[in-house]
Design a protein. Structure first.
Length: 223
């Protein structure tokens, strides 16, 4: 047996361990992404129900309890996301809201149907025309067809297939003045920070409620 074999075995085991860690990080990030999408659906529908009942309604307290549970779960997921990404970046504050009389057309892009449904309902309530896409590839096709009228793109940071970066780059090529709002269940990490420095106009944490979503969208449409 050569003297190099024990060292080679150690390097092999180290490489296998690093590959396993990367795999676990990928699985954890995807699970966090999916859970945040589920929480977005719960929060969005709860917000709609809250808007339909008075504060003294028998179920008002129950709905508030659901919102509090969503908030706490979202905080825990953000903490977990920060641990997975090994960093704790500073959140980006939403832009100050401006009164937007002309709502315009918004393209919402997300691979989770519940997020698209909730986002579309809020946007329509705001008076926006809404286009939808469930992938980056579809988003570009939809945007190319409606490039003249789309003023804002809301895009999920983590989607399979065509990346968020590719969607943003292609959209800016077609229409440099289009606004782009990033949506993600994680914190503003290095990737999101890079996008915000290179063409994106805001960050929307998921799960979102009607108020946060509306203020952020109206701020961008009115700016």
């Amino acid at each position: 047996m050569s003297s190099s074999e024990p060292k080679d075995d150690l390097l092999d085991r180290q490489a296998q361990l690093e590959a396993r860690i990367r795999d676990l990080e990928t699985q954890a990030s995807r699970a966090i992404h999916d859970l945040n999408n589920m929480l977005t659906g719960i929060q969005g529908r709860t917000s709609f129900m809250m808007s339909l009942v008075s504060p003294d309604h028998p179920h008002a307290e129950d709905l508030q309890g659901i919102e509090e549970c969503v908030r706490r779960a979202s905080e825990r997921l953000r903490e977990l996301s920060a641990v997975v990404k090994q960093g704790r970046p500073t959140p980006v504050q939403p832009r100050e809201q401006k009164d937007a009389r002309e709502r315009g057309t918004v393209l919402i892009v997300d691979d989770e149907p519940i997020v698209i449904r909730v986002g579309t309902r809020i946007l329509e309530k705001l008076g926006c025309n809404v286009l939808q896409a469930s992938s980056g590839e579809q988003a570009i096709r939809v945007f190319e067809d409606g490039v003249a009228k789309v003023g804002l793109i809301i895009v999920d940071v983590n989607m399979p297939g065509m990346t968020c970066e590719e969607v943003v780059a292609r959209s800016k090529e077609l229409k440099p003045e289009v606004k782009v709002l990033l949506a993600s269940g994680g914190a503003v990490d290095d990737r999101a920070s890079h996008l915000l420095r290179h063409g994106c106009n805001g960050f929307l944490p998921k799960p979102f409620d009607i108020k946060t979503f509306s203020e952020t969208v109206l701020g961008l449409l009115g700016s």
